[in-house]
Design a protein around this ligand. Structure first.
Ligand code: OSB
Ligand code: MG
Length: 382
């Protein structure tokens, strides 16, 4: 396929409710969507950056720059056999995984459509439905948190993830556990603790948590291994794992018992599948993390979650938990047993609602391959 056109858009989308993590509170999202034209087909991807460089080193604006000034010139007008070849085209770029994933994932959508299969099938997915959990932000008032958990459990969600930070940890988890003794529960610290906090983190062992996600530094696999030896609860790595080599290192060092896979963090479907494969071969369970995605990113997450190693409920939850109005149809829905039915239509299996996308667009750049054919200024006409 030849990459004929690319459109990069920034959308402004307001969250239904603010989401607080140990690195800050998000009220609205600056969603970056990538639309690629090839083979007469249209594919969609999402760049899942946050506005600030607090989760990883990327931001909405660095992604806009890297995408416009480096990714587009590397890929526009190029002919590739399959979506994963895009990895080779962008190979010179170090880091900026989320920017790269936006482009690559749009090509996976196109490749699936060109082959007349669902993205799930193209990826090698095996599940017809995926298990869904929720990620709940830090709350000032624990009673509000308890009410929120009650609502999510009643809706059927299969596990509850609580965001924690120093001062909002042991007591909160204890209250939640007392109130919900049976619920599958885990916590996510987003790197808010130091190695000296191991005593405090050991206290979490008493609450029968499924895992403690990313307690220590975002780039420190080694000290997570030291910590894991002191904990009974498995550590799940999120921020630390940017590719399959990191997954190998973390598993080899004993730094985690579980890995969370995020398409953006690892640079797209090709690398996500490689991380999955490494984990699967070591019998390390994986699950799909979330970045408060719009429907486009959510649809890609649903497809990825069908791979056989995704044995734990992910953070892929219903569209309406985030947005009053989705930009895909149907929206992602979670049934009473806490599962999402995987669509079997071609490509993403969800329709991107172009009108709604355009209504929310605050800036846009478009490139066409034909316009790229330029004669060098010093060329002598013959
Ligand atoms: O660490 O998983 C995380 C959101 C923004 C940044 C980091 C994380 C999260 C979430 C949200 O936990 C998960 C979701 O999309 O619901
Ligand atoms: Mg996390």
């Amino acid at each position: 396929m030849r990459i004929e056109s690319i459109v990069l858009r920034e959308l402004k989308m307001d969250l239904n409710a603010p989401f607080e993590t140990s690195f800050g509170t998000t009220h609205h999202r600056r969603v970056l969507l990538v639309e690629v034209g090839a083979e007469g087909l249209t594919g969609w991807g999402e760049i899942t950056t946050q506005e600030e460089p607090f989760y990883n080193g990327e931001t909405t604006d660095t992604a806009w720059h890297i995408f416009s000034d480096f990714i587009v010139p590397m890929v526009l007008g190029k002919r590739i056999q399959k979506a994963s070849d895009a990895v080779l085209l962008m190979k010179a770029i170090r880091g900026h995984e989320m920017a790269r994933a936006g482009l690559e994932n749009a090509l996976w959508d196109i490749e699936a459509q060109a082959k007349g299969v669902s993205l799930k099938t193209l990826l090698g997915g095996t599940r017809d439905e995926i298990a869904s959990g929720v990620s709940l932000g830090i709350q000032t008032d624990t009673d509000v948190l308890l009410r929120n958990i009650e609502r999510e459990v009643a809706a059927g969600y299969q596990r509850i993830k609580l965001k924690i930070k120093p001062g909002k940890d042991i007591e909160v988890v204890q209250k939640v556990r007392e109130r919900f003794p049976e619920v599958r529960l885990m916590v996510d610290a987003n790197s808010a603790y130091r190695p000296a906090d191991s005593g405090l983190l050991q206290q979490l062992d008493q609450f029968n948590l499924m895992m403690i996600e990313q307690p220590l530094n975002w780039d420190d696999i080694f000290l997570h291994a030291t910590l894991q030896r002191k904990l009974r609860t498995p550590i799940c790595l999120d921020e630390c794992i940017h590719n399959s080599r990191h997954a190998e290192a973390a598993i080899g060092l004993g730094a985690c018992g579980i890995i969370n896979v995020k398409l953006g963090r690892v640079g797209g479907h090709t690398e996500a599948r490689a991380v999955h494969d490494v984990c699967h071969s070591h019998e390390i369970p994986v699950w799909c993390g979330g970045m408060l995605e719009s429907g486009v990113g959510r649809a890609h997450n649903v497809a990825m979650s069908t791979l056989p190693g995704f044995t734990l409920p992910g953070d892929v939850s219903a569209s309406r938990r985030y947005w009053r109005e989705e930009i895909i149809d149907p929206e992602v829905e979670v049934g009473p047993r806490g599962t999402i039915q995987v669509p079997d239509g071609v490509g993403l299996g969800y329709t991107v609602l172009r009108k709604r996308v355009e209504q929310r667009t605050v800036r846009e750049r478009a490139w066409h391959a034909s316009a790229q054919v330029t004669v060098p200024a010093d060329a002598v006409p013959v």
